[in-house]
Write a protein that binds this ligand. Structure first.
Ligand SMILES: Cc1cc2nc3c(=O)[nH]c(=O)nc-3n(C[C@H](O)[C@H](O)[C@H](O)COP(=O)(O)OP(=O)(O)OC[C@H]3O[C@@H](n4cnc5c(N)ncnc54)[C@H](O)[C@@H]3O)c2cc1C
Length: 387
């Protein structure tokens, strides 16, 4: 079998992998970035680049380009099952965008390549190479040929169905921590520049979203945890019935749906494991890094990609790829996300009843102080740049 050698391999060129590759470059590495698909490619998503995402894009020098390809939103509107509407405006303008992932992910990969990252697409990784209790690379199919790509570090950035996570036995799959979520697009929808989140009694504690994009395109989707999935009705049927019955579904009625309704698996951070074994780190969805309830995962994928680059630097400097060094990754990650995952998971659990969500929304809507606190929480760690 043909063998290729590199210091660092990153498997998966979603937002986690592409930003990680750029941070690896900044740490002095020449990483090899691999993806099974050919870009541009689809990725089912709500397509929202939050303030956490834009913060890292600004740091990488990639934010200006997003402003050209994305549609800016000014925050969210949230409605309760009793149809009370709450507007939660982002603290700053120019910090949140909605961009189809087909365009956003391709943009990030192009930026990484422009910075000198070596990117190989159409490379399907199917296993890791284990030697003496350490991951020493991956096995892949490249241009129809089976090859070994050996490396001192492997970063698993291969998303929610991660083969790397499965092979290193860090693939948690708890029904209460995994959401089934789907989306489609509608054309010619008139919307304010706000991402709409609609808590509806039929999908709690999940929600239906309508996110406005360029040229009056609207990303529409819904989802909820797998343990709440009620047999006999598909996600698409839930969505169709919401559009017909909710007063907020009115703007979609009679509009043209574009493309197919596509579902996906969202692994929430409440089930995240250590995500390190000797020679290997998992980032983003591969490491179950998505926020419970909100489903925000692009920002966490990029944040963990950056963390992985820092810990990888330390592993090379100390010539130690064991858990002595790599366990710094979950320690630092948990400092950022541990309490947040817990508090949002608790909120998600509380959102199981319509009365609770009604009460929550009313409380915020009726009290400016509570609203300010919620606003701070919702836009956590957000980019503070102004336009
Ligand atoms: C319907 C839906 C709506 C969502 N809405 C939002 C939102 O609005 N905002 C937000 O922040 N998050 C949202 N999320 C979550 C977000 O999509 C993910 O958290 C994010 O894509 C994670 O990025 P990633 O780089 O870790 O993985 P991915 O984006 O999944 O990228 C993984 C990459 O790995 C490649 N790959 C996979 N397997 C292999 C293999 N064996 N060999 C080689 N390459 C491989 C894939 O082709 C892919 O390019 C949503 C998710 C869903 C499902």
């Amino acid at each position: 079998m043909k063998t290729i050698e590199r210091d660092v391999i990153i498997v998966g060129a979603g937002p986690g992998g592409s930003s990680c590759s750029a941070y690896m470059k900044r740490q002095g590495f020449d990483p090899l970035l691999l993806d099974k698909d050919v870009f541009p490619r689809e990725k089912p998503c709500g397509d929202c680049q939050s303030g956490v995402t834009t913060k890292l894009l600004a740091e990488l020098g990639w934010l200006e380009g997003l402003r050209e390809i994305g549609f800016e939103n000014y925050g969210i509107t949230m409605t309760s099952p009793d149809y009370t509407k709450l507007v939660v405006e982002a603290p700053n303008r120019g910090t949140r965008y909605d961009t189809p992932r087909r365009i956003y992910d391709h943009y990030c990969v192009k930026r990484a390549v422009a910075e000198g990252v070596e990117f190989r697409e159409n490379v399907w990784v199917y296993d890791v190479i284990w030697e003496d209790g350490k991951v020493c690379g991956v096995k892949a199919k490249v241009d129809g040929e089976y090859v070994q790509i050996r490396s001192r570090m492997v970063i698993g950035a291969d998303g929610s169905h991660s083969i790397i996570a499965k092979k290193i036995k860090m693939f948690p799959d708890n029904d209460n921590d995994v959401a089934v979520v789907g989306r489609c697009y509608y054309a010619d929808v008139d919307m304010e520049p706000f991402n709409e989140i609609h808590f509806d009694k039929d999908v709690l504690p999940g929600y239906v979203w309508l996110f406005p994009e360029k040229d009056k395109l609207c990303n529409v989707g819904l989802g909820f945890n797998r343990d709440l999935y009620k047999e006999g009705k598909t996600l698409e049927e839930y969505l169709d019935s919401w559009i017909e019955t909710s007063p907020f579904g009115e703007k979609l009625r009679g509009k043209r749906r574009i493309g197919e309704f596509r579902g996906w698996r969202i692994p929430s951070g409440s089930q995240a494991m250590a995500n390190v074994v000797p020679g290997c780190i998992l980032i983003g969805d591969a490491g179950s890094m998505v926020m419970p309830l909100t489903g925000e995962g692009i920002g966490p994928a990029m944040v963990t990609g950056k963390l992985a680059s820092e810990v990888t630097r330390e592993a090379f400097d100390e010539n130690d790829f064991s858990l002595n060094v790599l366990s710094r990754y979950p320690e630092r990650r948990d400092k950022i996300y541990g309490p947040k995952y817990q508090s949002i998971k608790a909120m998600e659990n509380a959102f199981a009843s319509a009365e609770a969500v009604d009460g929550f929304v009313h409380k915020i809507a009726d009290n400016p102080e509570v609203k300010a606190g919620f606003q701070k929480q919702w836009y956590y760690e957000s980019y503070e740049g102004k336009e």
